[in-house]
Design a protein around this ligand. Structure first.
Ligand code: ADP
Ligand code: MG
Length: 274
């Protein structure tokens, strides 16, 4: 489906990605995880041809990305960015419809496609006429996902799509999204910095650190057999809910609202670090 072979990228004198190879298999979800600034978004932008690599090749469905074909290939890949990236002056409907209209699809096709996608991502039809500022954060992300799906691309790339959402909204959207990916048999690359989310979505989890793949495997592989100190530290830095890890010092109420953000991990991951 998507194959990166010895891909590198520098910005000026800064090397953001050292030679990296990876394969995204059809119908599976690959999660890229790692600390801020380690090159996750750069890698994702290269996968959709927004940035060309300095060296190495990227093949999508057997075609190598070049300056000449990157635009055409991009139409076969869906892309969701962190804040949804919606145009504020367009309604939800128009945001979703933009690319299809640009490519000359019939208005009747566009209308039924948008309605179908709203149902798929469980966005109320009444929200379609609203502008992004009139939608909740979760609804905006659902519109961003509809936009990525409009041409029914086989590959979907998502850059921290749920990073800005509150835990309950995030929990529902995670469930809906995983169900959609499975039902539609999409190939997916999802960027996150949250281990629970990585485990919930990832058939394969790739942990990046300063421009290199530090470890790849299932989440359980990483948890049970961390390759080195970096992986161990990255895992330890995630908060998991365990009763002996909860702050019980005086003056702090049980059920403090801050605990919700960690409780969700419990449902997502079957194995936790010791
Ligand atoms: P992540 O998504 O993992 O947080 P990024 O891929 O956004 O990391 O960035 C990796 C590094 O590359 C950062 O140091 C960032 O400042 C730098 N970088 C990203 N894009 C550019 C750019 N267009 N020009 C210069 N530096 C960039
Ligand atoms: Mg990023």
């Amino acid at each position: 489906m998507l194959e990166l072979d010895q891909v590198t990228k520098s910005f000026g004198t800064q090397t953001v990605l050292y030679p990296t190879s990876l394969v995204v298999t059809e119908g599976t979800t690959t999660v890229l995880i790692g600390p801020s600034g380690c090159g996750k978004s750069t890698l994702l932008r290269m996968m959709i041809g927004l940035i060309l690599p300095d060296a190495g090749t990227i093949q999508f469905q057997g075609e190598t990305f070049t300056a000449a074909n990157q635009l055409a290939l991009r139409h076969r890949i869906g892309y969701v960015i962190q804040d949804g990236g919606l145009f504020p002056h367009l309604s939800a409907f128009d945001n979703v419809a933009l690319l299809a209209r640009h490519l000359g699809r019939e208005p009747s096709w566009v209308k039924s496609r948008v309605a179908e996608l709203a149902e798929l991502v469980r966005l109320p039809q009444s929200a379609l006429s609203r502008f992004p500022a009139q939608l909740s954060g979760g609804q905006r992300q659902r519109v961003g996902i509809m936009r990525a799906f409009v041409l029914d691309p086989p590959l979907i790339l998502l850059d921290e799509p749920m990073g800005a959402l509150d835990p309950l909204v995030r929990y529902d959207l995670q469930n809906d999204l995983r169900e959609i990916f499975r039902t539609l048999k999409k190939s997916v690359v999802l960027v996150t910095h949250d281990m629970g989310e990585a485990g919930f979505f990832g058939d394969e989890v790739i942990l990046l650190g300063s421009g290199r793949i530090m470890q790849r495997g299932t989440l359980n592989d990483l948890l049970k057999h961390p390759a080195d100190e970096f992986v161990t530290r990255f895992i330890q830095a995630q908060r998991w809910v365990q009763s002996d890890d909860v702050n019980t010092s005086k003056g702090r109420h049980r059920g403090h609202s801050g605990e919700h953000s960690t409780l969700q991990h419990d449902k997502h991951v079957t194995s936790k670090p010791n």
